[in-house]
Design a protein around this ligand. Structure first.
Ligand code: ZN
Length: 398
């Protein structure tokens, strides 16, 4: 595997600037193209699975996190409050409290449950400067997050559904889970005290994992402060494991925020919150994709999907036409003309691009292009319209 920090710079995907600050990477156009494709994929996948998306601000009053429990259990990882007009405002350490308030802002009937609320939103962690680097230890995080508000009876099915979304996304991204972990509280940690709730959540997640047939290991001391979780672990280039995706069952925050729904009996009941993330943060997900694929991304994620290579200067107009045709179909395509070197040199330069479309004098005269794949295999010349259409299908997100 590759080191994403080194390759990320070599491939012009992301970088940092001391004036912006450590742990605050910016995304260059090629990196932004990968991120955009990934974000669109996740939103579409969630939409089809019955999630509805919201936007919420990255700031909140200190009081919000006192209610959620972050202030007493998690403040070491939070940015210090900013004082604004006599109030203390903090950069949020998670999206959960905002989503709980959005849920609470409207009355809900049992018929609306499970209510699945998703957001690709910013959150912040006050990581120490010594541990910052690349995209895996950052101070500003874009999280693929969702909260499912549901009845106790619905928790297991929702957790199972989330694990299935994770499995499908990993397959689409060409990555693999190293391990599933049932993360439990440990001795002496900062956890909310509610023994019977912990027992119920652990029992629910254990039931889901056992029924899934996935191998997993319990790990003490890895739970969130408000509840246990299933962590999907992946390994980096040095063999170190980190958590990418999670599914959590939470009885704590619904109580803290006094969340309710009206049951079929007409009375008020407390929903359960299932927290889940399919790809985790986009920073970690892209770091892992870089390490896994060494820059040869699956076609739907590749920053450049089609490199168009005219054999000589005479075919430049046809090459530019083909680029326009591909771009109009939503593909990321560019031409590399002979001023950039011999055909062989340009093919080598484009070796990470999933499709290379070569146009020589014969192809130009016949309205054709000849495709070359990343593994070096060559397809015969075919009409431009048919090739462009096939490329559109093959580069579409799964
Ligand atoms: Zn959450």
């Amino acid at each position: 595997m590759h080191d994403h920090r080194k390759l990320g710079r070599e491939l012009d995907l992301f970088d940092t600037d001391p004036l912006i600050g450590a742990g605050l990477p910016y995304w260059l156009p090629d990196g932004a193209a990968i991120r955009h494709a990934l974000e669109e994929y996740v939103r579409e996948k969630e939409r089809r699975a019955g999630y509805r998306h919201v936007y919420s601000p990255v700031l909140g009053k200190r009081e919000l996190y006192e209610i959620s429990g972050h202030w007493s259990h998690y403040s070491e990882d939070m940015y210090p409050p900013m004082v604004l007009g006599g109030e203390q405002v903090v950069l949020r350490p998670s999206l959960c409290p905002h989503h709980a308030l959005i849920y609470r802002s409207r009355a809900h009937s049992h018929r609306e449950l499970p209510l699945r609320m998703a957001e690709l939103g910013g959150m912040y962690r006050a990581e120490l400067s010594g541990v910052l680097g690349g995209l895996t230890r950052v101070r500003a995080i874009q999280l693929n997050d969702a909260h499912i508000f549901c009845t106790l009876d619905q928790v297991a099915a929702e957790a199972r559904g989330a694990l299935e979304l994770i499995r499908e996304a990993y397959q689409a991204m060409g990555i693999e889970a190293a391990r599933y972990r049932l993360s439990l509280p440990g001795p002496g940690g900062k956890y909310v005290a509610a023994p019977e709730k912990w027992e119920r959540s652990v029992a629910l997640l254990t039931e889901v994992l056992d029924a899934s047939g996935l191998p997993y290991e319990p790990a003490e001391g890895e739970a969130a402060f408000y509840g246990p979780k299933v962590d999907v672990q992946v390994a980096d280039n040095a063999g170190r494991e980190f958590t990418l995706s999670t599914v959590q069952v939470d009885f704590h925050q619904p109580e803290q925020f006094d969340l309710r729904y009206i049951g079929s009996d007409g009375a008020k009941h407390r929903p359960v919150m299932v927290h889940r993330s399919i790809i985790g943060s986009v920073e970690r997900a892209v770091a892992h994709l870089i390490e896994q694929h060494g820059g040869a991304f699956p076609a739907w994620l590749a920053p450049l999907q089609v490199a168009v290579l005219p054999l000589t200067d005479a075919e430049i107009p046809e090459a530019e036409d083909f680029v326009r045709r591909c771009v109009a179909l939503g593909l990321r395509a560019e031409s590399a003309d002979p001023s950039r070197g011999s055909l062989g040199a340009r093919i080598r330069e484009a070796r990470l691009v999933p499709y290379q479309a070569v146009i020589g004098p014969k192809e130009a005269a016949n309205g054709q292009v000849a495709l070359r794949l990343r593994d070096g295999s060559r397809l015969g010349p075919e009409p431009v319209a048919a090739v462009a259409e096939r490329l559109r299908e093959q580069c579409a997100a799964p």
